[in-house]
Design a protein around this ligand. Sequence first.
Ligand code: AMP
Ligand code: ZN
Length: 114
Amino acid sequence: MEECIFCKIIKGEIPSKKVYEDDKVLAFYDISPEAPTHFLVIPKEHIKSANEVNEKNCEIVAHIFVVINKIARELGIDKRGYRIVNNCGEDGGQTVGHMHFHVLGGRELQWPPG
Ligand code: AMP
Ligand code: ZN
């Protein structure tokens, strides 16, 4: 996955502001935040999108949600709540082809999104 920017972030070839890392996932702040707290959680395995989640690789999704919960508590956004967003594919607004979960918090978020 030579040209995947998130794979490059995982390898440290592109800098990021890390929030959390373990052997399976990386969390880092979004470069263009849409809320006072806005970070992304990605699997270290290159999975293109939620559309590519299957019986073999689905455990990572549960792990990502456990990690989100942990980070939210650490950053103090757990009490008032936050939004987890996964944009999937072109119509879903996905611009980076490496599955990622946005976590947005720190302000009241509007619903529905545009
Ligand atoms: P999406 O539109 O759901 O594919 O989201 C991609 C997100 O990645 C956007 O919110 C971008 O601001 C963010 N992004 C792109 N490049 C970087 C980067 N180098 N570091 C951090 N966030 C990035
Ligand atoms: Zn990748």
